[in-house]
Design a protein around this ligand. Structure first.
Ligand code: URA
Length: 172
């Protein structure tokens, strides 16, 4: 249904052979205008997050749970998530990342097929999953822009992810 109101499909961007794949929620206005994921304000914060992990966009692949912008940036609905589900799973199968980083609860609940809160999802590698790929959940950058006081938790979360990337395992 969203194809009727979108301007561009936001398929994904980056290295199709990336070891790290990042999945956000849904395209916003800037993404809908350009066809590229995470290029608006949330994207700038994502760039800073990547920088703090000593990564840049060319090394990773970024996409979203759904590929078309929902009107007024409302949350994606279940039928819209279902409509993009096989596309997203095919992207993961083709890219075969070594770690999947999910931004926010919608991406996490979709990929992990659960209804857990961010507090339950954060700070651990989710190894039991359909894809048999370690999965790590971070706060969505748009949420952090709305609630800057939560950024201190992001830095704690990033230390664990950095450790995993550096060593291939989690020490916490
Ligand atoms: N928020 C998202 O979840 N994805 C984007 O591409 C941009 C903002």
């Amino acid at each position: 249904d969203l194809s009727k109101t979108r301007n561009n499909i936001v398929f994904g961007d980056g290295d199709p052979k990336a070891d790290i794949m990042i999945i956000g929620e849904a395209p916003g206005k800037d993404e809908d205008d350009s066809g590229k994921p995470f290029i608006g304000r949330a994207g700038k914060l994502l760039d800073e997050i990547l920088f703090s992990l000593h990564l840049d966009r060319k090394q990773i692949f970024i996409t979203n749970t759904i590929k078309c912008r929902p009107p007024e940036n409302r949350n994606p609905q279940k039928n819209e998530i279902d409509a993009c589900d096989s596309l997203l799973k095919n992207q993961i199968d083709i890219i075969k990342p070594k770690v999947l980083v999910l931004l926010g609860r919608i991406a996490a609940n979709t990929i992990l097929n659960n209804d857990c809160s961010m507090n339950d999802l954060r700070k651990k590698m989710h190894t039991e999953n359909l894809f048999q790929i370690p999965i790590y959940v971070l706060y969505h950058p748009a949420y952090l822009l709305r609630s800057p006081s939560q950024k201190k938790h992001l830095w704690e979360d990033l230390k664990i992810l950095q450790n995993f990337i550096d060593n291939g395992y989690i020490t916490h």
